[in-house]
Ligand binder design. Structure first.
Ligand code: GLN
Ligand code: ZN
Length: 764
C-alpha cells in the first residue's frame, strides 16, 4: 500500500475561527484558556479532515507563526520579550506583535520581531535572532500539548519541525557568515527536542529544510551535512522535507544525508523525481509531492499516474505520496463555496479536496499492474514558480510602449500640471473606517442598496478631498474608500476572474488574504475606477491621481490558471490595466498611479531564474502604462526596502514618478537609486505609516535633506511610504500637516537661496 501523508494543514480554520479567537483575545474580551480551547478545536477538526492519511502532521498548527513556535521551543525568544511578561503566551505575542503604546513617541514601545516573506509565498514569518550568546534551552510545552491532544484522539501523528539549518538560515539575514557557529550551539537542543518526541511516541518526524531549494554556498551545504550527521544516531525516522522548487546542486548532498526519507516537491521539481528514485539508497523512503499545495486547481490524476508509474515500479513500498508542500498556502474547503459557477468550481480543489485527491491517487497507484517493460522516462516538465515551458512565451510588442523619453514627458507634464518643487502627495488610500466597512458589509448582504452605498462612498471621497485641500497637498487622491482590497476590487470587475467567499489564506498571524482566481482569459469590459476618480476631480482644482493596481501585483496576489504561462496571463492583465488607463485619460485624468506592491515578491528563489521573470514583469508594466500620452504622468508605488538586486528592472519600468518605502532606513535606500543613476522622479516615503506615531516636521525635513543628497530638486516628491488605510483620520491629518509643512519649508529655503544667488553681485 502506498503511504500517504500531509505536510501541513491550514491553521486559520475553515471560517477563520482562529482569527476571531486571536483578535478577541488580544482585545482582552476572552481569556487565554478560551483561546487555547478554540485552537484545540481547530486542530481536532483539521485532524478529522485528515483521518484517511497514514501520517497526519502535528505542530503545523500555530497560534501565530510556526517559525516563532520553533524559536520558542528552542528557548531562543529574545530576553526583551520575556521581561515583564506574565507567562509564555504573553511573551510569545509580545514577540509576534510588539507592545505598542499608542501616542508614545517611540519610547517604551516594544517592537515585534522582524517579519519577512516565507520563501516565495505570501506567508510571513518572524525572523529568528542569533545575536546573543545565551544558550538555547528546550521550552516546548506548546508542542507537548499538541502531541498529547493528538495521541488522546488516536491520530497517527507525525511531528513537523522546522529543520535546524533552515532555522538558522532564516535568521542569518542570508549573509555568507559561516552558519556553523550558531548551529553547533543549537544542535544539542534539537537533539533534546527529538528525544522528547521519541519519549512521546513519535516514530516519523518530518523535518523541513526548504533552504535546500535555494542557491547554497559551501558553508551552508556543509552545515546541512553537519546537522544531519549529528542527529543520525537517534532512534527516530527523519523525513527530510524540501519544497517550493528543485534541489539542483543540492541533490547529491540530499541523497547522502543519513535520514530515513526525503520529500521532494514533484510539482515544481518533477524532473528530479526519477534521479532521486535512482540515487537514494535502498533503505530510504521517497515522498513525492504530487498534489499542488500552492494552487487551487484539481490534480490531473491520469497524467500524474502516468509519470508516477515507472517510479512506483522502481520504489514500490518506498514511494510515499503527499501534497507538494504544506497546504497552508491554499484555502480550507471548497465545499463552502456556494456562489461559484459550476464550470469554475468543478476545476478547483482546496485543502480538504486535495487530501481526497491524494487518497484517490494512492488507490489508483496500488491498483495498477506493475509495468512489464522497462520504465519509460517520466515527463520532465517542472513548474518552478509556475514558469512553464509548454508554449513559447508570447513576445511583447515594443510598439505597445509609445512614450517619449522621460525628459520630454516631464517637460510636457510640468506645462499643464504646474506643480511646485517637491510636490506633495499620498499613496492612495485614506482610513478604511468602521463606517466604510459596515457600509460595504451591509451592501454585500443587500441591507444597503447600491444607490445608498455609492452615496456613502461619495461622502467619504468628499471628506478625503476636503481634508487634502485644507492640508494643502498638491496631487490629491480620492482615497480608495470603495475598495475592499487592491486586488479583489479589480478582480471583481474584470472578466476571467472568480472570487471566493471563504477562500482565505493566512498571510501572517490573524491576517488572511483571499486571492481571486484567474480561470479564463482576462479582459477589460468596462471602466472600473473612472466614476470615483471623476467625482473626486469634480470637487477640486488640484489634480487627482487615478489609482490602479498593476498587472504583476494582480498576478502575484491571485491564484492563476495553469493552462497558460504566468507570463501570458500577466500580459492579459497588463492589457486590461492599459484599457483602464485609457479610460481615465478619456475622462480627463492626467496623473495615473499603477501600484506594483508585489513585483518584488514574485522574484524566483533561484538567482538564475530571476532575469527572465523581471524581463516579463517589466514588459507587463510597460504594456500597462505605455499607451498613456506623454503628457499623462505615470506613477508607480512599491512598498519595499530592498531594490539593490532589481534596480535595472525598476529603471526599465520607466514610470515618471516612483514612490518607495525609505523612512525606516532613514533614506539609505536612496543610495541604491543614486548608484544606479535612477533617471526619473522619486518620492521616498518620508514617514512610516505602519506606526501610529506622528512624525515631526523637523524629522521629515531631515529626511528630505538626506534625500536631496541623492535626488535633484526637480525630481523629488514628498509622500508617506505607503497607503493610509490602516490608520485613524486624526493621526493621518497630523502627520500630513507636518509633511506639507516640511515641503513648504524646503521650498522657502530653496527660494531664498536662489534669490540670494540672483541679487548678490557676482564676486570676482
Ligand atoms: N494605493 C494603495 C494604497 O494606498 C497601495 C497599497 C500598497 O502599496 N500595498 O493603499
Ligand atoms: Zn505600499
Amino acid at each position: 500500500m502506498t503511504t500517504i501523508h500531509n505536510l501541513g494543514f491550514p491553521r486559520i480554520g475553515a471560517r477563520r475561527e482562529l482569527k476571531r479567537a486571536l483578535e478577541t483575545y488580544w482585545r482582552g474580551e476572552t481569556t487565554a484558556s478560551e483561546l487555547q480551547q478554540t485552537a484545540a478545536t481547530v486542530r481536532e477538526r483539521n485532524w478529522a479532515y485528515q483521518r484517511e492519511l497514514d501520517w497526519v502532521p502535528v505542530f503545523d498548527f500555530s497560534l501565530y507563526d510556526h517559525v516563532l513556535d520553533t524559536t520558542l521551543a528552542l528557548g531562543n525568544l529574545p530576553e526583551r520579550y520575556r521581561i515583564g511578561a506574565v507567562d509564555q503566551l504573553d511573551s510569545y505575542f509580545r514577540a509576534a506583535r510588539g507592545k505598542s503604546q499608542r501616542g508614545a513617541a517611540g519610547a517604551g514601545t516594544l517592537h515585534a520581531l522582524e517579519m519577512t516573506k516565507w520563501f516565495d509565498t505570501n506567508y510571513h514569518y518572524l525572523v529568528p535572532e542569533f545575536e546573543s550568546d545565551s544558550p538555547f534551552e528546550l521550552d516546548a510545552e506548546h508542542f507537548v500539548a499538541q502531541l498529547r491532544q493528538a495521541r488522546a484522539l488516536g491520530v497517527r501523528f507525525k511531528p513537523v519541525l522546522l529543520g535546524p539549518v533552515t532555522y538558522v538560515w532564516l535568521g542569518a539575514k542570508r549573509d555568507e557568515r559561516d552558519p556553523n557557529r550558531v548551529l553547533e550551539r543549537l544542535l544539542p537542543t534539537y537533539r533534546r527536542l527529538l528525544q522528547m518526541l521519541i519519549a512521546e511516541g513519535a516514530t516519523w518526524v518530518q523535518i523541513d529544510e526548504p533552504l535546500l531549494v535555494t542557491d547554497l554556498s559551501t558553508p551552508w551545504q556543509r552545515a546541512v551535512n553537519l546537522a544531519y550527521e549529528a542527529l543520525s544516531d537517534l532512534p527516530l525516522k527523519l523525513l527530510l522535507t524540501t519544497y517550493f522548487g528543485p534541489l539542483k546542486d543540492n541533490l547529491e548532498l540530499v541523497t547522502q544525508l543519513p535520514v530515513s526519507g526525503v520529500h521532494l516537491d514533484a510539482i515544481r521539481a518533477r524532473s528530479e523525481a526519477a534521479t532521486l528514485a535512482e540515487r537514494l539508497p535502498d533503505d530510504r523512503i521517497l515522498s513525492l509531492g504530487v498534489v499542488d499545495g500552492r494552487n487551487v486547481w484539481k490534480c490531473d490524476q491520469a497524467a500524474t499516474l502516468s509519470w508516477l508509474a515507472p517510479l512506483h515500479d522502481r520504489l514500490a513500498e518506498r514511494l510515499w505520496l503527499a501534497p507538494s508542500c504544506s497546504l497552508l498556502h491554499v484555502p480550507v474547503d471548497l465545499a463552502q463555496e456556494d456562489q461559484l459557477v459550476p464550470e469554475v468550481a468543478n476545476k478547483l480543489a482546496f485543502a480538504v479536496q486535495k487530501l481526497a485527491e491524494l487518497k484517490q491517487l494512492s488507490a489508483k497507484v496500488d491498483e495498477r499492474e506493475p509495468a512489464r517493460a522497462a520504465a519509460t522516462a517520466p515527463a520532465t516538465r517542472d513548474t518552478p514558480q509556475g514558469i512553464d515551458h509548454r508554449s513559447p512565451p508570447e513576445p511583447t510588442r515594443a510598439v505597445e510602449f509609445r512614450r517619449a523619453a522621460f525628459e520630454r514627458r516631464a517637460a510636457q507634464q510640468s506645462q499643464h500640471l504646474r506643480l511646485p518643487t517637491y510636490p506633495t502627495t499620498t499613496i492612495g488610500s485614506f482610513p478604511q473606517t468602521t463606517a466604510i466597512r459596515a457600509a460595504r458589509a451591509a451592501h454585500r448582504v443587500g441591507k444597503l442598496d447600491t444607490a445608498g452605498y455609492e452615496a456613502q462612498m461619495r461622502q467619504e471621497i468628499r471628506r478625503a478631498i476636503e481634508v487634502q485641500e485644507q492640508l494643502g497637498l498638491d496631487v490629491l487622491v480620492h482615497g480608495e474608500a470603495e475598495r475592499n482590497d487592491m486586488v479583489e476590487y479589480f478582480a471583481e470587475q474584470l472578466d476571467g476572474f472568480a472570487i471566493t467567499r471563504f477562500g482565505w489564506v493566512q498571510s501572517y498571524g490573524s491576517r488572511c488574504v483571499k486571492p481571486p482566481i484567474v480561470h479564463a482569459d482576462v479582459t477589460w469590459t468596462k471602466p472600473m475606477t473612472v466614476a470615483w476618480t471623476q467625482y473626486a476631480q469634480s470637487l477640486t482644482d488640484k489634480p487627482v491621481k487615478g489609482m490602479l493596481t498593476g498587472p504583476v501585483t494582480l498576478l502575484n496576489w491571485s491564484f492563476v490558471r495553469e493552462d497558460r504561462t504566468r507570463r501570458e496571463v500577466c500580459v492579459q492583465l497588463a492589457r486590461a490595466v492599459r484599457e483602464e488607463v485609457a479610460a481615465l485619460e478619456r475622462a480627463g485624468v492626467t496623473i495615473v498611479q499603477i501600484d506594483e506592491a508585489a513585483l518584488r515578491e514574485g522574484l524566483p528563489l533561484r538567482t538564475a531564474d530571476r532575469a527572465e521573470y523581471l524581463d516579463w514583469a517589466v514588459a507587463a508594466f510597460r504594456v500597462a502604462s505605455g499607451g498613456a500620452a506623454d503628457s499623462t504622468q505615470i506613477h508607480t508605488h512599491m512598498c519595499y526596502s530592498r531594490f539593490d538586486d532589481i534596480m535595472p528592472a525598476i529603471v526599465a519600468m520607466d514610470a515618471d514618478v516612483i514612490t518607495i518605502e525609505t523612512s525606516r532606513s532613514n533614506m539609505k535606500l536612496l543610495d541604491v537609486f543614486d548608484q544606479h543613476h535612477y533617471p526619473n522622479a522619486i518620492g521616498p516615503g518620508v514617514y512610516d505609516i505602519h506606526s501610529p506615531n506622528v512624525p515631526t516636521t523637523d524629522a521629515i525635513v531631515g529626511r528630505l535633506q538626506r534625500a536631496l543628497r541623492c535626488v535633484p530638486d526637480e525630481r523629488l516628491w514628498v509622500n508617506p511610504d505607503c497607503g493610509l488605510k490602516t490608520r485613524e483620520w486624526d493621526e493621518v491629518i497630523d502627520a500630513l500637516r507636518n509633511m506639507v509643512e516640511a515641503a513648504l519649508f524646503l521650498r522657502r529655503r530653496r527660494q531664498e537661496a536662489s534669490d540670494a544667488a540672483t541679487t548678490e553681485p557676482a564676486r570676482c
